[in-house]
Write a protein that binds this ligand. Sequence first.
Ligand code: F6R
Length: 361
Amino acid sequence: DLGGHDTYMHKEITEQADAVDRVLRGRIDDRFATVHLGGLNLDPREARAVRRVKILGCGTSYHAGLIGAQMIEELARIPADAEPASEFRYRDPVVDPDTLYIAVSQSGETYDALAAVQELKRKGARVLGVINVVGSAIAREADGGVYVHAGPEVCVVSTKCFTNTVVSFGLLALHLGRTRDLSVKDGKRIIEGLRRLPGQIAEILEQEPQIEKLAKEFADARSMLFIGRVRGYPVALEASLKLKEVSYIHAEAYPASELKHGPLALIEPAMPTVAIVPDDDLLEKNRAALEEIKARSGRILAVAHQEQEKADRTIVVPKNEDELDPILMGIPLQLLAYHTALALGRDIDKPRNLAKSVTVE
Ligand code: F6R
């Protein structure tokens, strides 16, 4: 049921404030400044014994995992990283008993992720799932985990599930942080940030008419560059994937800090750049990157917490806590991808050559 929307992608993008509200519901514990995650199956002693976190997923779920890894490092101070599940599986990985493995999947049926989980379990590792579809193959295989409660996602391209997965990682990072060294004060700060998310998402969605105009402005591009750094880089990766999938415009994501090491050669008016520019301790560094692009006549669309002077256009998003900013910064770019695809007359809910759930290798 499209409920008045022209596509499921549009419907699912607009459902995100409610979806995030749902993933938070019943889980926040104000008294101890933490969250309860019923199905985690990881007691405090086990949580404290974790020496590393390795997150595995494919496509958009891998990108959500990249943000999740950063949140876990920042809030729980556990070394964490994310890797595409299929790469992990085929490089004969060292399976370490002190590492907590986390498989991320919307469908819970993605073959590469499932096979990685099975291999890990065979080697005695503890594997959690961050999954949308309840009772799916990966959910059944995992030792425990977090359901992301995004509701059914029909469009082949993932939007609301990405957002809810990243929020779920925020919850997990807070939970792990509070069983380790995250202070009550920081716990409260993150909880307040989480509670602000649904209202801030609604604010972003209200900007759709302006974003639609921007999409028409940039729809003539044959190729686009997406840049960000640290917290912003996985946002750039995901936004670039979204644009490619639905509009078929070639897009590439780079850490802004790598520009000088190669991609700057591509900059010209026909190659616009989308820059993720959060108002955090890297703001000045990001602004310097915009200047480099401008000096080479590149067109720039910034997603930022305030107007960017060097950008041709800025989408201003509400500021949250630094650690949670990545959750919000990708949302306007889902709308940009959607409206670009619409302007180009693409088959938005069923992009060519793609399937919703990839149950083969
Ligand atoms: C992108 C997209 C795919 C999936 C990937 C993993 O919009 O939908 O990249 O994210 O195929 O799927 P799940 O999360 O079901 O394991």
